[in-house]
Design a protein around this ligand. Structure first.
Ligand code: NAP
Length: 280
């Protein structure tokens, strides 16, 4: 049976370090403050924001939700972003995405000051991930995958890593981060040929597709470590990842669960970014 790489112990270890930094900042009279910018109501955002507020309270940092209605004009969103950029009491901004379709998300994303970009959405932050120069903060979910591998002692040096998905939120940044750890990385996407063979050949598989049960038993082999980023609802209405977990746990050597895997680490990474930004 595979080792189950739970997210909770990883998050707890990150939170412990974050707490220590918060105490140091408190001595200097600094209380980190996160602004969550949201436009409209998205059910999936609700639970993420609830988790952020709960974690912020537990850590003793401030988190405020700055909400605009679904039909807010692009200018309104841009001026709120500007306000948050200029507010010296706000150290970090998390923009919930996607924005409603009538708003040019790229324009709003580019309006955010890179030093307040907590989730690696600006080109500067993404550039830092690609250059390896640590300018800005990486996308939290991508970083969470690496935090899990680090926590459980999975050394990527020289290993074949297969990332399924090439989004700017997960696939591309996590690929660059794995490359930075000296892995040999293959990125698969919807036009990839022989995907099953590529996945099976990998030592570490990171699945970020967004399709329930996409990674099936025939793509897996003994000894692999599998990070399942997907958050999907299956035919039975149950939350599940991109990997056929029941099959995977009988084949591979380690796998993250969904829920309770990558998703459980994201908020801890976000708070770690916030505290770092507040200290600068
Ligand atoms: P996305 O932007 O939709 O990207 C999905 C990627 O999967 C794309 O690169 C796409 O390829 C690829 N893909 C789709 N169908 C494929 C196929 N048949 N074969 C191979 N590749 C295929 O999604 P995302 O934002 O990266 O999110 C991915 C998953 O992670 C979703 O389930 C999302 O809910 C979940 N997620 C989890 C967390 C967390 O905290 N755990 C956070 C954010 C997102 P193309 O580029 O060729 O279209």
């Amino acid at each position: 049976m595979a080792e189950i790489l739970k997210g909770a112990p990883v998050a707890a270890a990150i939170n412990e370090k974050t707490s220590a930094k918060i105490a140091e900042l408190a001595e200097k009279g600094i209380r980190p403050c996160l602004a969550v910018l949201r436009v409209g109501l998205n059910e999936a955002d609700e639970s993420y924001i609830r988790g952020i507020m709960k974690r912020a309270e537990a850590l003793g940092v401030e988190a405020q939700v700055r909400a605009l209605p679904e039909d807010a004009a692009e200018d309104e969103v841009l001026s709120l972003m500007e306000e948050l950029n200029e507010d010296k009491n706000v150290h970090g901004v998390l923009m919930m995405r996607p924005l409603p379709k009538h708003i040019d998300e790229d324009k709003v994303r580019r309006a955010l000051k890179p030093e307040k970009d907590m989730d690696g959405i600006t080109d500067v932050a993404l550039g830092g991930v690609f250059s390896g120069n640590n300018i800005g903060y990486a996308p939290c979910t991508a970083q969470s995958c690496i935090e899990i591998l680090d926590h459980y002692g999975v050394d990527l040096k020289g290993k074949k890593v297969c990332v399924i998905g090439r989004s700017l939120v997960i696939g591309k940044p996590v690929s660059m981060m794995a490359l930075g750890k000296n892995a040999t990385v293959t990125i698969c996407h919807s036009r990839t040929e022989n995907l099953a063979e590529t996945v099976k050949n990998a030592d570490v598989v990171i699945a970020a597709v967004g399709k329930a049960g996409f990674v099936t038993a025939d793509m897996l082999r003994e000894g692999q470590k599998v990070i399942d980023v997907g958050i999907n609802v299956n035919a039975k209405g149950k939350l599940c990842g991109d990997v056929d977990f029941a099959a995977a746990e009988n084949i591979v050597s380690a796998v993250t669960p969904v829920p309770g895997g990558v998703g459980a680490v994201t908020t801890a990474v976000l708070m770690c970014h916030l505290v770092d930004a507040a200290g600068k």
